[in-house]
Design a protein around this ligand. Structure first.
Ligand code: UN1
Length: 510
């Protein structure tokens, strides 16, 4: 019934489904129309989108420069009220956005619900912060002087978001940048332009001026590169690959302009470490959730399960049993656990990885593909047992888990191996021994540690999310320090004695 309703919601969009095009006042976009198809069934057309051409990008930059001072001068409380209104609208339109996330990004229904919920949380969290952070803070100083510290927008911010959280991360970046008084040019991932377009339309409806928030879809190599190389851009918020974050950093540094700010959230090679005191049932449940939710397409997902040798056979058996029960199929069905991966490229990379693993590692389990998956970009979730983490040369962005056994005297070595990947995003620990937990927490160089639970689904304001090293620059999204990074600080010192000149210095000079 739900799947039917999602189809109806989709049909409500128009005969050709959904559509997206640049939202840039005054531009006449002339880019080609690109078809969007359903990852669960590539024969089904979901809509079309149009990429921004160079004139549209130029117009967007000129508009953003013009519009920013007015937006920055708008009281922070008014900016916050608009974002809060957008949160209310988003809650009202939850079914439409879930339908879009399912059809365009292959999200399951629970993932779609979480996606809308997280976007709403980001809007309310950054709005709440804007209300308090932008009041000038009085600083102590000498008599006859007033000193205040205040925040202001940096200028034009470019927000480049990923397809795996097409609404939540898209909205989170944009909301923080707007709350801080920046004008924003938002470039969604090419795979999820429709969700981004609808989010921007909703923000405009809530009251964000159309030149303050513009929407510029396109590929990274042309539209993304043109934006990040432009000297008018003050900063970039980016979530995606480490490699792209490096390219953006280089582009910002190479400009003959102000030193641009980069806020990047990138990849991970996340481990779950279980010792022999772990409860196998809970461990397997949490490992499954961490590795296979969202078809493993989360930068927070567990890629490696380190299990202490005493319980390894039992855990591996249970894992194989649980994986055989996974329902892989149409994400629009409530019974589905694992939907498709985002596109054919993603599926091919995972199949190549699987072929490499099948040659050199032992396959523990492969979940069965459900009925009706033959026309979609599905990858059957798999787990292999490998000898060492160093056998994995890169992040495998999908439902692929790798199990490694460790012995009692190797705890520090395990943590060191995880640290040696250079990534540092999430880490799961399953142990009933406080000293073991503390030892791992102390030694691990990661951003988010989860003990005796799954390691995905960080909650805005509760579990600030983000990594270190190859995993990103910080500050953590949904944490107290993220929004201030989008702002610049102004210290204002006023002589409050006689008008003009500093009385005390004149006296000293006499
Ligand atoms: C990402 O996958 O790009 O905690 C980051 C989580 C999410 C991860 C988002 N906030 O699972």
């Amino acid at each position: 019934a739900l799947a039917g309703r999602i189809d109806e919601t989709l049909a409500g969009a128009g005969p050709d489904g959904w559509s997206a095009a640049p939202l840039v006042p005054g531009a006449q976009p002339s880019g080609p129309q690109v078809a969007v198809t359903n990852p669960a069934d590539r024969r089904q057309r979901v809509g079309t989108w149009q990429a921004a051409d160079p004139d549209t990008v130029e117009r967007a930059l000129a508009n953003a420069v013009q519009a920013q001072p007015g937006w920055d001068a708008t009281p922070a409380a008014s900016r916050a009220a608009i974002l809060e209104h957008a949160a209310d609208l988003l809650e009202q339109r939850m079914p439409q956005f879930i339908a879009l996330c399912t059809k365009e990004a292959g999200k399951t229904i629970p993932d779609g619900v979480a996606e809308v919920r997280e976007a709403v949380d980001f809007l309310r969290y950054y709005a709440g912060q804007a209300r308090t952070l932008f009041a000038p803070e009085a600083l102590p100083g000498p008599t006859g002087e007033s000193n205040t510290l205040q925040l202001a927008g940096r200028g034009v911010f470019v927000c480049i978001s990923p397809w795996n959280f097409p609404l939540a991360i898209f909205t989170g970046q944009v909301a923080a940048a707007l709350a801080a008084g920046n004008s924003v040019i938002a470039k969604p991932a090419e795979q999820t332009t429709l969700v981004g377009w609808h989010a921007v339309k909703l923000l405009h409806e809530a009251g964000i001026p159309e030149d303050v928030l513009q929407y510029v879809p396109g590929d990274g190599a042309t539209v993304g590169a043109a934006l990040t190389a432009d000297p008018r851009v003050a900063g970039v918020a980016f979530t995606g690959s480490t490699e792209t974050a490096r390219a953006i950093n280089r582009a910002l540094a190479a400009r003959d302009a102000a030193i641009g700010v980069l806020i990047a959230e990138t990849g991970g090679q996340n481990a779950l470490i279980a010792d022999s005191s772990a409860l196998p049932e809970q461990l397997v449940k949490d490992a499954l959730a961490s590795a296979f939710t969202s078809a493993g397409q989360r930068c927070s997902a567990a890629r490696v399960l380190y299990v202490q040798s005493d319980i390894a056979d039992k855990v591996i058996d249970m894992l194989a049993g649980a994986m055989a029960e996974l329902q892989v199929g149409d994400p629009a069905l409530l019974s589905t656990d694992v939907g498709p991966v985002i596109d054919e490229d993603a599926r091919r990379l995972l199949e190549e990885h699987a072929a490499r693993m099948d040659e050199r590692a032992r396959l523990i389990a492969q979940a069965p593909l459900g009925a009706g998956t033959e026309h979609g970009t599905f990858f059957a979730p798999r787990a292999w047992e490998i000898g060492a983490l160093s056998e994995l040369t890169r992040e495998n962005f999908g439902p692929a888990l790798h199990v490694i056994r460790w012995h009692a005297d190797q705890l520090d070595a395990v943590v060191d191996a995880v640290n040696a990947t250079g990534y540092g995003l999430t880490l799961g620990i399953h142990s009933r021994i406080d000293e073991t937990v503390e030892r791992i927490v102390q030694r691990a160089r990661v951003g988010n540690i989860y003990v005796n639970r799954n390691q995905i689904g960080a909650v805005v304001g509760v579990q600030p999310f983000g990594g270190q090293g190859l995993s990103g620059t910080g500050p953590k999204a949904g944490g107290p320090h993220y929004l201030p990074r989008f702002a610049t600080e102004k210290t204002v010192t006023i002589n409050t004695t006689a008008a003009g000149g500093n009385a005390s210095l004149l006296t000293l000079g006499d």
